[in-house]
Design a protein around this ligand. Structure first.
Ligand code: APR
Length: 283
């Protein structure tokens, strides 16, 4: 897939070959660490792949939910708006039923990749995380500067004023629940198919994508918009892309470094290499 269709950058590496051999993984790690160390403002765009090692299935590719069950209907939000009372009655009545995805989410714990990203933030190398995941695992790992473009499974949100509440803090005896501030309808914070991305989250993502001079692409297939737009915004402004993914994506060819490995393996190594470079005072 060409970036934005009109700008097809030359492939950064001959034939766009995937990085597989361990030695070249070391070389790519070295390159990635030096790019991050030289960067003034590194952020990360994160996808479902980072939580695979926490037992949460991805959506696409091997073992993907959509690969197994097909994509869900794209009008979930329109059906919610058509009868929010029925929607709430349905989810409250099915609270005991857990789909494969919901069950995996409820049992998931942060893995080495989530923890490494929290370390990168504490070390001052990572300024912000844009996550497409609703699993709250970055927060549980200790990360702070986060924008959840698809919402958070542990929160509710007013669809009019975007006020959010922790799941347990909002009474659902009256359905659909109403926002005490503006009277708007309250729903789960997770963004449904067909639902516009909440403006505050979208603006935060666009701002961070314009600010960064380096973007880590961690466990995302980079095909779902608007999230897939952010690397393009960054790349066009001269930012370096660093991909961490066992599989190729449409952005592999334009990434300055590619760590073709699971995030749980690559991210801790990246933190270690950055620490070594810092201790050595190396450029
Ligand atoms: N470490 C890193 N990456 C991994 C790992 C791993 N252990 N395992 C799989 N991956 C990669 C896959 O190769 C794939 O490129 O993670 C990516 C997961 O892609 P998707 O399942 O498409 O997930 P994502 O990019 O987050 O999807 C975006 O689509 O369906 C919607 O709302 C959903 O937020 C989701 C959005």
């Amino acid at each position: 897939m060409a970036l934005g269709g009109d700008v097809k950058p030359p492939s950064a590496r001959p034939g766009g070959a995937a990085v597989t051999s361990p030695s070249s993984l070391e070389q790519e790690l070295e390159k990635a660490a030096r790019i991050i160390r030289a960067s003034a403002y590194t952020i990360a765009l994160v996808g479902a792949g980072i939580s695979v090692e926490s037992g949460v299935p991805p959506f696409r590719g091997p073992g993907g939910l959509w690969t197994k069950h097909g994509e869900p209907p794209m009008d979930g939000y329109q059906r919610f708006l058509a009868d929010p009372r029925a929607w709430w009655a349905d989810i409250l009545s099915r609270q005991s039923e857990h789909s494969e995805f919901i069950k995996a989410l409820s049992e998931a714990k942060p893995n080495a990749a989530h923890c490494a990203m929290a370390d990168l933030e504490k070390l001052g190398f990572l300024k912000h995380i844009i996550t497409q995941n609703i699993d709250n695992l970055h927060q549980e790992a200790g990360s702070v500067a986060i924008t959840e473009i698809h919402g958070n499974r542990l929160k509710l949100r007013c669809i009019s004023c975007n006020t959010r509440w922790p799941l347990g803090d909002f009474p659902t005896d009256e359905i659909p629940p109403r926002c005490p501030h503006c009277g708007g309808i309250v729903k789960t914070d997770t963004v449904m198919f067909g639902e516009p991305i909440p403006l505050d989250a979208l603006e935060s993502c666009q701002r961070e994508s314009r600010l960064c001079d380096c973007m880590l692409l961690v466990g995302t297939s980079a095909v779902v918009y608007p999230a897939a737009e952010f690397p393009i915004i960054a790349y066009r402004r001269g930012a370096k892309l660093i991909e961490i993914n066992p599989m190729e994506t449409p952005l592999s060819d334009v990434s300055a470094a590619v760590l073709r490995a699971p995030a749980g393996e690559a991210m801790p190594k990246l933190v270690e290499r950055l620490k070594e470079l810092s201790e050595a005072g190396a450029g």
